[in-house]
Design a protein around this ligand. Sequence first.
Ligand code: CO
Length: 135
Amino acid sequence: MTTKKRIHHIALVVRNLDEGLRFYRDKLGLRLDKLETVEEQGVKAALLSMDNVEIELLEPLSDDSGIGRYLDRRGEGLHHICFTTPDIRAEMADLKGRGVELLDQEPRRGLAGLICFMHPRAHAGVLVELVEAPE
Ligand code: CO
């Protein structure tokens, strides 16, 4: 089992990214690192950074994307937690060997690096992401 070094980011789904930025950037003073539309994931995304962790804000591009349906069902709030891993392929093989259901069979490119998601039914309905992030 590889060691998870830290939480990379906590992701929140929001109806309106600009309103999210007005709170996290303008009122709390977090630094906006990235602002991107990721068409394949159906989101407009922002990464705001603090010393050791980032906050990811996700606004669905449409109601019928995965994240749009999530927002519809569960409302705004926590979407996923992301842990760093030094070697995502090894980690994914290891998790599969432990019976953890993965949503991605291959690592894919996310906002933060190479990522994969575990199925929320792995535990307590919370989506967990792994990232192999460039240091
Ligand atoms: Co994420």
